[in-house]
Design a binder for this molecule. Structure first.
Ligand code: SF4
Length: 723
């Protein structure tokens, strides 16, 4: 890596480079793949030797190479001219405009008026470098990332003192007797992981899925709990009520390894099955059946996904499910426990190394004086020059362009115009900024609003580490050449720092040198990467953090299950709380911020479909993926469709208090009659996030993407009599 501005010397016209072992650009499973060129263009093969996916890929992974040679690829910087159009400019000109805007904004409004919004797909090295650039290069408190949109991290920190998505390898899934999976549709979002669920069922295990929709994942389940959106904590409390009543909790474990159970026991006493059925819509018989399965199993794994987390009660929902795993004595037990299914490619690593408003590298708290001293010594700056905590991602967008907010925004690896909630409002705020610089490899919807767009390298054109949903740090090796005219985000950040007079803090020979500094920065922190090297990752197909020294093998399993099936690891660290005990939390069910009423009578929930990823910047440009899923669909029950005279395939307009969007109707009995589902991968008039509610969880600051009140517009509603 260099700090100069000329493009890298290789071009996309040169001979293809050999097959390279790398990883998928999309989700948090980070499937291993080989990238090469047997024919005229880049090709992908699954990596049979990567133990997470064992060669399997989903359709997004198989087709990922198309982005590398896509005709829309941005290969020159763009800047807005006097007529308001984005036109090609030189790197010198583009970077000069960005530096001028930074200086001008900070002179007029102060250092915090410049904000950085990063993404959960960026490598650990980029996430680390952005955090450092914000604090050392710009002196701003305002940096956050789109992975903020997760509540399980906050819940895990409160319960266990540590946030690592899965505290065990994915292979353990196959060995659990019973799995309780809440709010996740893995069969569509992460298909290769289903091999472990299929093996679990094949081994005689049972799977319980809670979801308002009978998703392809729920279809595989032994028992589906089809709950009303936003009633997840009530459901979990109801199950715990039954486990206590049935005396199938692990009293010895609760006494020896946890604290706070008495309060939880008292609080779930009110969640008797008839009451829980009324709140959640889940029949009492199903609740009893689920509790019997959980209570009679030797090993139970509780897994949660975005469905229960992306709510204004997301942290509480997650804590209520963690209570079940703790009460059953499963956390730290071989082939049992609790885990969060992180979504974005580097959602885990992206929140560990300083890209988050309240964090310093190693998962350190930015308000902790010891953490600040440590980072000041690593960065070679005075401790008091490191800013304090900034605002969260949605708050930064919500206040952008106002007296209280940032006036200039640098957006790297994310597309908030499509992915943030309350989309029309966010678009308005982005347009009100004094200046916005976006780095991306396509002109995303956000980039199309920018003053300057910087063309960057994409996944296979650069190297760097990612941390998958298991806490396994893997290495994405470069497998494609850098197109002429394109720079990496790390080059761009280092060059901006140099032009701002901070170049001495940003001198790296290559990406591995950034990782070496990240290792020092994380040393002694909770997410300790200090013993991980690129070479160790290559040899071991990844290393699990924490890994505090080069002689340490990494930590596949946390919380005490140190020896499983002959694996021998270092002594168990127990829980990472002050007392060393896991914490129960008494949770009361509270309604979502917005529930259906006479004006907006239907629940709207949002999510992903198999063919697309996040804001669709990449996948909406992939031929095969667009063929599979060409437009945004609205899933609704035939009975609801009948009430509104809607036929399958018809265009439907949906409105909420924030805006409206149109979809193609997809009739399905899989969804509840009171709920509609829209995927969030599309933009403009098809954008589900024009509808979603930005109400935030008070702890995680996660918006309520998953639930709001909606109505179907433009078509007369039938009366009950007609229906
Ligand atoms: Fe890529 Fe995720 Fe699909 Fe694996 S499951 S191929 S990581 S998108």
């Amino acid at each position: 890596m260099t700090t100069h501005v000329s493009p890298a010397p290789t071009t996309d016209n040169e001979d293809p480079i050999p097959w390279i072992a790398t990883h998928c650009p999309y989700c948090a499973l980070q499937c291993g793949m080989h990238l090469g060129a047997a024919g005229p263009g880049p090709e992908i093969r699954g990596n049979d030797h990567f133990p997470v996916n064992n060669g399997a890929l989903c359709i997004k992974g198989w087709t990922a190479a198309e982005t590398l040679a896509h005709p829309d690829r941005l290969k020159t910087p763009l800047a807005r001219n006097r007529q308001g159009d984005l036109v090609p400019v030189s790197w010198e000109n583009a970077l000069g405009l960005v530096v001028e805007a930074i200086r001008d904004t900070q002179r007029r409004y102060g250092p915090d008026a410049v904000g950085i919004l990063g993404g959960g797909s960026l490598t650990n090295e980029k996430a680390y470098l952005l955090g450092k650039f914000a604090r050392v290069g710009l002196g701003t408190a305002n940096i956050d990332y789109n992975g903020r949109f997760s509540s399980a991290a906050a819940a895990s920190n409160r319960a266990f003192g540590i946030d690592r998505g899965l505290p065990f390898p994915v292979q353990d899934i196959a060995k659990a007797d019973v799995i309780l999976l809440a709010g996740s549709n893995l069969a569509e979002t992460m298909p290769p992981i289903m091999q472990y669920f299929e093996a679990q069922l094949g081994n005689g295990g049972r799977l319980i899925v809670s979801d308002p929709r009978k998703t392809p994942t729920a279809e595989t389940a032994t028992l589906h709990l089809k709950n009303v959106p936003g009633t997840d904590a009530a459901l979990a409390n109801g199950l715990l009520h039954l486990l206590i009543r049935n005396r199938t909790i692990d009293v010895g474990y609760i006494e020896d390894r946890t604290e706070g159970f008495d309060d939880v026991k008292a609080s779930v006493a009110a969640y008797w099955p008839e009451h829980v059925e009324r709140v959640t819509g889940v029949p009492e018989a199903h609740l009893i059946e689920a509790a019997d399965m959980l209570g009679s199993a030797g090993t139970v794994m509780v897994l949660t996904g975005r469905g229960i987390e992306q709510q204004s009660q997301g942290v509480n929902n997650t804590l209520a499910f963690i209570n079940i795993a703790l009460a059953l004595g499963q956390v730290g037990k071989p082939n049992g426990g609790y885990g969060c299914l992180t979504g974005q490619g580097n959602g885990q690593g992206g929140r560990e190394h300083g890209q988050k408003a309240d964090q310093l590298p190693g998962y350190r708290n930015i308000s902790d004086p010891t953490a600040r001293r440590h980072m000041a010594s690593v960065w070679g700056v005075a401790e008091d020059t490191i800013p304090g905590a900034g605002v969260s991602a949605y708050e930064m967008l919500d206040q952008a362009g106002t007296d209280d907010g940032v006036r200039m925004l640098m957006v790297i690896g994310t597309n908030p115009a499509v992915s943030a909630p309350n989309g029309l409002h966010v678009e308005e705020r982005l347009k009100s900024l004094n200046f916005m610089a976006v780095s991306d490899f396509f002109v995303s919807e956000t980039a199309s609003m920018a003053n300057v767009v910087l063309p960057t390298t994409q996944w296979a054109e650069e190297e760097g580490t990612m941390t998958n949903l298991e806490g396994r740090v893997i290495l994405r090796q470069q497998g494609a050449r850098v197109p002429d005219g394109v720079l990496s985000d790390t080059d761009i950040v280092c060059e901006l720092a140099r032009r701002l007079g901070k170049g001495r803090y940003f001198e790296y020979t290559d990406t591995e040198a950034i990782f070496s500094e990240l290792r020092r920065a994380s040393s002694g922190g909770i997410a300790d990467y200090s013993g991980i090297t690129y070479e160790k990752i290559r040899i071991n197909a990844g290393i699990y953090w924490p890994c505090p020294s080069e002689s340490h093998p990494g930590t596949p399993r946390l919380f005490g299950n140190a020896v499983v099936d002959g694996d021998s690891f270092l002594p168990p660290p127990g829980f990472f709380t002050v007392s060393g005990r896991a914490r129960f939390h008494a949770i009361r069910h509270r309604s979502p911020a917005e529930v259906p009423d006479a004006e907006y009578p239907i629940y709207l929930t949002t999510g992903r479909v198999m063919a697309h990823y996040q804001s669709g910047t990449q996948t909406r440009r992939q031929t095969r993926l667009v063929e599979m899923e060409p437009v945004a669909t609205l899933e609704l029950h035939p009975i609801l469709a009948l009430r509104y005279h809607i036929s399958d395939g018809e265009r439907v307009q949906v409105a909420t208090r924030r805006g409206c969007a149109t979809f193609r109707a997809k009739l399905s009995t899989a969804i509840r009659e009171d709920t509609i589902f829209a995927p969030f991968h599309w933009a403009d008039t098809e954008s589900a996030n024009r509808l979603t509610n930005p109400a935030l969880d008070r702890t995680s600051r996660m918006p309520e993407f998953k639930i709001c009140a909606a109505r179907i517009e433009g078509l007369p509603e039938r009366t009950d009599h007609e229906a």
